[in-house]
Design a protein around this ligand. Structure first.
Ligand code: SF4
Length: 353
């Protein structure tokens, strides 16, 4: 083991974060917990994930229980975490592990990568943390730490391959899981994106960026291209008993399988009221609702306006009807919850539609 690895592990032994999915020192990690947390932590921070992790674990304490759940229950429990393909893959993966592997996760990277929703990073993290396999676990936090430790000035993403090699050189053969988690903790608590706490860092004496006074400038990044804006019009169709029409999105693609208010396609050009109404779930006396709802996805910003109407007599559009007090039972993604809150706010301000 290198001196750097030894020092990091010694630091980890006294400074490790207590996280709900983390096994106490000396206790063998539960692969189900490791897998569940790693899927949730893809694109989502520790603070947001913690209550979701606890709720999932309380409801589905092992992979068999999760496999036996309905996809809709899982999507609903996931609502608010975003990137909903993760929830569908989580469920598909639980079923695969239960049905094909007798409820035991494969214990190496190749086997893990064959499962739904498990890519290179997640397979390495589970293999290292749950099974102690020698895997190099490199995410954005680790890239930052390594870029600083070795003063790599080449910008991301071009520098990724080099950073992986440098990270692999540091990874020890023993305590692989602890080393991976120590790197995560160092990146999250000490070698932070802004204002790294170098005075508290176990690697300060060896850190090239600290020595050169450029730690906060690394890693360098290629300029980002601006996110495009897409626009859509959502339809708030209300029955006489107050129930509102929702529909399910296609299983594949953005927000796949989640519930939504019917809407036009989302496109860059603005919608005229006439063009939007051609996409409405049924002809009706559609009235515009004041204001816009904005939401940012990974690859675009979305601006949604609303048209509202009462269900005309004789119309029977396809979908699911739900009253406001039951919205919480629907697997609604964040953008749809925003729309519902916006509509309720406008109604409160303006009276009934
Ligand atoms: Fe990061 Fe500072 Fe430690 Fe270098 S010394 S690894 S910049 S926290």
């Amino acid at each position: 083991m290198t001196d750097l690895a030894s020092r990091l592990l010694a630091w980890y032994d006294i400074s490790r974060r207590e996280l709900p999915w983390r096994a106490p020192p000396g206790v063998r990690p539960d692969p189900y917990r490791v897998w569940l947390s790693e899927i949730m932590l893809q694109q989502t921070g520790v603070v947001t994930v913690a209550p979701y992790f606890q709720a999932f674990l309380a409801r589905w304490p092992d992979v068999g229980a999760l496999a036996a759940a309905d996809l809709d229950q899982v999507l609903h429990a996931w609502a608010g975490l975003g990137y909903y393909a993760r929830a569908r893959n989580l469920h598909a993966c639980a079923r695969r592990v239960s049905e094909t592997y007798g409820g035991r996760f494969p214990d190496d990277e190749a086997g893990l990568r064959a499962l739904p929703g498990i890519g290179v990073y997640t397979a390495a993290a589970i293999a290292a943390i749950a099974f102690g396999r020698p895997a190099s676990v490199v995410d954005g936090n680790v890239e930052r730490v390594i870029a600083r430790l070795r003063a790599v000035r080449e910008p991301l993403p071009a520098a990724k391959a080099r950073l992986r090699v440098l990270a692999a050189e540091l990874t020890p053969e023993h305590r692989v899981g602890d080393f991976a988690q120590a790197m995560m903790d160092l990146g999250a608590t000490i070698c932070r994106p802004r204002q790294p706490l170098c005075l508290h860092c176990p690697w300060q004496a060896d850190c090239a960026a600290h020595r050169e006074g450029i730690a906060a400038e690394l890693p360098a990044r290629s300029p980002k291209t601006a996110r495009p804006v897409r626009r859509g019009v959502a339809f708030w169709l209300e029955r006489v008993d107050g129930a509102v029409l929702f529909r399910r999105r296609p299983e594949r693609g953005l927000l796949g399988g989640m519930m939504e208010l019917p809407s036009t396609p989302w496109r860059s050009a603005a919608w005229t009221p006439d063009a939007a109404q051609e996409q409405a779930p049924c002809p009706a006396d559609w009235r515009p609702v004041a204001g816009l709802v904005a939401h940012t996805f990974t690859h675009f910003h979305l601006e949604l306006s609303l048209l509202a109407a009462r269900l005309p007599a004789g119309a029977a559009p396809e979908g699911t009807w739900s009253r406001a007090e039951d919205f919480h039972c629907l697997a609604l993604p964040s953008v749809m919850r925003k729309l519902c809150r916006h509509m309720e706010g406008e109604r409160a301000a303006a009276g009934a539609i």
